[in-house]
Design a binder for this molecule. Structure first.
Ligand code: NAG
Length: 205
């Protein structure tokens, strides 16, 4: 049983890491002028984020949806971040229930599970709110979304910090690096989404 669940766990981790890598190596296919306008728009918008390459690679596959629309760009960045938060949270929940963790490690994992669950709620709320964005409620909506995504970023960073302090070894394998990698990428996606939200907020001046 123990072995089977370990294999299952590592398969899950592997699939998540592999799909993350695939995302970053998206093939370059020939583009119509319209798609090119969109990819230029995404690249330009991403250039002022802290992790421009991750920003670009995570959004360019949605270029057809985003077109050159700043609201759709921001909404897509939030959706991508929410998907990452959900999968990272799921992996962390599995990890927190593993046998053989030291009490300190279990505590760090459980804190992370809670922080990631809060960040999922905050991102969901932001996505719901931004889907009702109108000229009439623009400032109020953007201010709410900035508040929630900032809170999500704090939660994710708190989880990352907890991980720095504990090297977690399971079944003789250090899983710290792979799980921590997921949380770090989530933190970067969240930071980028916040930068795009700030760009959108400043675009109506
Ligand atoms: C984000 O996800 C929601 C829920 O799945 C969807 O309704 C919305 O169209 C998405 N937004 C963008 C900009 O893709």
């Amino acid at each position: 049983m123990e072995t089977i669940s370990s294999i299952h766990l590592f398969t899950t981790l592997f699939i998540i890491l592999a799909s993350t890598l695939t995302t970053q190596c998206a093939n370059k296919v020939s583009e119509t002028p319209y798609q090119e306008a969109s990819t230029v728009f995404i690249r330009t918008s991403c250039s002022s984020t802290s992790y421009p390459r991750l920003c670009y690679s995570s959004l360019v596959k949605h270029a057809d949806l985003i077109q050159t629309n700043r609201v759709l760009l921001t909404g897509t960045a939030l959706n991508v971040t929410l998907a990452s938060a959900k999968s990272t949270s799921a992996v962390m929940s599995v990890m927190a229930k593993r046998q053989g963790l030291k009490p300190r490690e279990v505590a760090a994992m459980k804190d992370c599970v809670e922080e990631l669950s809060d960040s999922v709620d905050e991102l969901r709320r932001s996505i719901d709110e931004i889907s009702h964005l109108r000229t009439s409620n623009f400032e109020m909506t953007m201010s709410d979304v900035q508040t929630w995504v900032s809170a999500a970023l704090t939660d994710v960073n708190t989880c990352t910090d907890g991980f720095q302090e504990s090297a977690i070894t399971i079944d003789g394998t250090s899983t710290k690096s792979s799980v921590r990698g997921l949380v770090v990428q989530l933190a970067q996606l969240t930071s980028n989404a916040l930068a795009l939200i700030n760009q959108l907020a400043n675009s109506h001046g």
